[in-house]
Design a protein around this ligand. Structure first.
Ligand code: TZP
Ligand code: MG
Length: 206
C-alpha cells in the first residue's frame, strides 16, 4: 500500500501532551500519515515525544513523519522526515536515510523543481490561504497558484506527489485533488473536528 495517503495530518498542540492527544485522536479517526511538528523545544522533550508519538502511530499502523530532526530519524528508520525551507537540503541527508520517506516544503515552482532534483519523496506546497497555525507564512498561493505550478511541472514532466497545505477546509479537498494535487496536509480541521467527523472525511479519501 502507498504510504503517502491523500490525507496527511500535521500535529499541533499547546504542549507536547496535547500534540500526542491530537495525534492519537487523528490516528483513531483512521489517518495513516502523521507529521509530528514540534517547535522551539529542548531536545530531550522532543526525543521523549517522538517515542510516544511512535508508539501511538505503531498501534494504529500509521506512518510517523518527523519535522526538522534528521538525527532522530536516522536513529529510527521506520519514521520519515520533513524538512522546511530553512532546515537543510534533502540531498545532504538522503544517504543516511535510505529507508525513510523524506518530504520538503515549497512555495514556488522553483522550490518544487529543486526538491524534485534533491530526491524528495513528496512536496508540501503552500500555503493555500492564511492560517494562524504557522508563523512566518510564505506568500499565499490560492487555487490559481497551484493550478499554475502544477501545469508547469506537467510541461516539465516532473512527477512527484504534492500535498496542498495551509488553511485547508473540507470543501477544498476534492477541488485540489481534481487539480492534480496528490493530497492535502491538514492541521486545524482534523484537530478541531470530532473523531466521527474525521472518520467520515478520511474514509471518503482513502
Ligand atoms: N506549513 C504551511 S501552512 C502550515 C504549515 C505547517 C500549517 C497548516 O495548518 P492548518 O491549520 O491546516 O492551516
Ligand atoms: Mg521545519
Amino acid at each position: 500500500m502507498n504510504k503517502l495517503t491523500k490525507i496527511y495530518y500535521i500535529s499541533q498542540g499547546k504542549s507536547t501532551a496535547n500534540h500526542l492527544l491530537n495525534i492519537e485522536k487523528v490516528c483513531r479517526s483512521g489517518c495513516k500519515l502523521i507529521q509530528l511538528r514540534l517547535k522551539n523545544l529542548p531536545l530531550t522533550e522532543v526525543l521523549i515525544t517522538v517515542q510516544k508519538a511512535l508508539e501511538i502511530c505503531n498501534k494504529f499502523n500509521a506512518l510517523l513523519i518527523i519535522n526538522d530532526y534528521s538525527n532522530i530519524v536516522e536513529q529510527i528508520p521506520t519514521t520519515g522526515l520533513h524538512l522546511g525551507q530553512k532546515d537543510g537540503k534533502i540531498s545532504d541527508v538522503r544517504n543516511n536515510l535510505s529507508d525513510s520517506i523524506i518530504g520538503g516544503t515549497a512555495n514556488t515552482l522553483e522550490d518544487c523543481i529543486q526538491l524534485y532534483k534533491e530526491g524528495a519523496d513528496y512536496i508540501g506546497l503552500g500555503p493555500l490561504r492564511f492560517t494562524p497555525t504557522k508563523t512566518n507564512l510564505d506568500p499565499i498561493l490560492g487555487y490559481n497558484g497551484y493550478k499554475e505550478i502544477i501545469h508547469k511541472l506537467d510541461i516539465l514532466k516532473i512527477k512527484i506527489p504534492i500535498y496542498a497545505i495551509g488553511g485547508i477546509v473540507e470543501n477544498d479537498i476534492q477541488p485540489l485533488l481534481d487539480m492534480g494535487l496528490h493530497g492535502v496536509a491538514i492541521s486545524s480541521l482534523l484537530t478541531q473536528q470530532t473523531i466521527e467527523q474525521n472518520k467520515k472525511l478520511i474514509k471518503e479519501y482513502e
